[in-house]
Design a protein around this ligand. Structure first.
Ligand code: NOJ
Length: 528
């Protein structure tokens, strides 16, 4: 074993599935997804081939930012059910060998959180310093975004994201004002313990770990993230003393810092190195919160883009992982435009073939496996333009899409009644996107050369089509070919071996022939 991290061996073969619980399945018929709904669909997630689930926040919330405005970390929001339902989710998932990652929001709370209600009082109390306050309302935030003059307390408070999300106080990388304290100040032990207590509480209940929201946002004025990395090393280290197999997935997007230095097991490559991820699917995104409008993305028919931007970022980050963990590349998430936007089923299959054969841990956002669309819906729960990728899962066709027994007008968000974009239709169709995704996951699981720790070698130029790369673990060797641009494409392919999966592609007389957008996964060996 190369790595000292006890979760490394497990994670390198894993595939995760992201569930936005409000929209996955409604277990009690009120039109809103809930935890008992997730329980009843665990078999589906298992059958897809996933090993674990990242569940978006399910804690008591005002839902002015989709649950990322937590009112009480120890209570389950009534829209999702009870604490007992969460316990049942852990138990039932465990029976199927599925791990549950909860969503930890350590950087801020809701303004309705009891800690903040105390903190904003004029009188000194144990919570006064839990949040970042200026020393009076006439002093500016020294570069921080603040809410000014709305509290009894004579001070302005810093916010971490939206205005109703006051930033918890983990100190500063450097002190620029008298009301700021260095992050190493012993007084921060109180907030450190508070966050550790939340993590240990849920780990003791059966959670496998956490996806950590805005993980690099805790210590302020930390331009390169190095102090936040030190802080997390300490926090994760303390939790791992008791729970050595706890899994930590960061929303940081700088894996060399978060995995290589802070001790996270996986970090998403999304928005910090945004150009790398966006260059694949969302360079022209219209809806994505982090979408950089510009050149067409690589996975787009006819696009002139190459894979250089992606692999430059990817290899740079991968070089700094220190064998501690992995890069996570998601098909999408609740903050960005759906993968399907502007793509045909063949284009999505090619994108999945790529994501599931990279040396990284794949995360599949619910509904992407059936090509759910980004719906043009108005803002709900603080989603704004992100709301379109949070619509109810389409289990069947029909007005309710099999999501809920409630009347469609009572649904949290509308569903698209589509005869093809639903689980039932695609489960029964061997040529569907869903069948293709299942097969790709199965292949990945059976081939150690495709796991996250195996080597990748690029065989063609980044601009070339078809684009070829090789994966090897020293024993097996696989060649993957992609024709992401569509149209016919050929190249010499004098390899011996077996075709494991393909779409719009043939291997014929030493030639690789694409008839359109597609892919090939080829296992090198004796047979042809
Ligand atoms: C990132 C989350 O993914 C997003 O949905 C949320 O709005 C912000 N962090 C603030 O918590």
């Amino acid at each position: 074993m190369r790595s000292k991290n006890p979760t490394y061996e497990y994670l390198k073969k894993s595939v995760f599935y992201q569930v936005y619980p409000t929209s996955f399945y409604d277990g009690n018929g009120d039109g809103v997804g809930d935890l008992s709904g997730v329980v009843s669909k665990l078999a589906y997630i298992k059958d897809l081939g996933a090993d674990g689930i990242w569940l978006n926040p399910c804690f008591l919330s005002e839902f002015r930012d989709g649950g990322y405005d937590v009112v009480d970390y120890y209570k389950i929001d009534p829209r999702f059910g009870t604490d007992g339902d969460l316990g049942r989710l852990f138990e039932e998932a465990d029976k199927l060998g599925l791990k549950i990652l909860l969503d930890l929001v350590p950087g801020h709370t809701s303004e309705k959180c009891e800690w903040f209600l105390q903190s904003k009082k004029a009188g000194k109390n144990p919570y006064s310093d839990y949040y970042i306050w200026t020393d009076n309302v006439f002093n500016d935030g020294a570069g921080l975004r603040t809410v000014n003059g709305v509290c009894e307390r004579d001070g302005n408070y810093a916010v971490n994201f939206f205005a109703m999300q006051p930033a918890l106080n983990f100190g500063f990388a450097e002190v620029r004002r008298p009301w700021q304290k260095l992050w190493t100040d012993p007084s921060f032990e109180a907030i450190h313990s508070e966050i550790i207590r939340i993590m240990e509480h849920y780990l003791s209940r059966g959670a496998a770990g956490f996806r950590v929201d805005m993980a690099s946002s805790l210590i302020k004025y930390d331009a390169d993230g190095a102090k936040n990395a030190e802080l997390w090393q300490m926090l994760i280290g303390r939790v791992k003393q008791k729970y050595p197999r706890a899994i930590f997935v960061s929303e940081w997007s700088q894996p060399e810092m978060s995995v290589g230095r802070a001790g996270f097991d996986i970090d998403f490559l999304i928005h910090v190195r945004g150009e790398a991820y966006n260059s694949l699917f969302r360079a022209e995104a219209e809806h994505g919160a982090w979408g950089a409008a510009g050149a067409p993305s690589y996975f787009r028919a006819g696009s002139p883009a190459g894979l250089g931007t992606f692999f430059d970022g990817f290899f740079h980050e991968a070089a700094g992982l220190n064998d501690n963990g992995f890069i996570g590349i998601p098909t999408g998430n609740h903050d960005i435009e759906r993968l399907s936007a502007g793509r045909t089923a063949d284009e999505m299959k090619t994108a999945f073939a790529f994501l599931l054969t990279l040396p990284s841990v794949p995360f599949i956002y619910y509904g992407d496996e059936i090509g759910m669309r980004h719906l043009p819906v108005p803002n709900k729960d603080g989603g704004y333009s992100r709301t379109g990728s949070r619509t109810p899962m389409q289990w069947t066709d029909g007005k309710r899409a099999g999501f809920s027994t409630a009347k469609p007008k009572e649904f949290y968000l509308p569903v698209e009644n589509d005869p093809l974009v639903n689980v039932r239709a695609q489960e029964n169709d061997g040529g569907s996107l869903l069948s293709c995704v299942k097969k790709l996951i199965q292949i990945r699981k059976g081939e150690p050369a495709l796991w996250a720790d195996a080597e990748i070698k690029i065989l063609t130029k980044y601009m070339e089509t078809p684009f070829l790369y090789e994966r090897t673990d020293g024993k097996g060797k696989l060649v993957i070919a992609l024709n992401a641009k569509g149209g016919k494409a050929r190249r010499a392919f004098p390899c011996k071996g077996t075709v494991l999966a393909k779409n719009n592609c043939r291997v014929e007389a030493g030639e690789l022939c694409f008839d359109g957008c597609g892919f090939l996964i080829f296992k090198a060996g004796e047979k042809q």
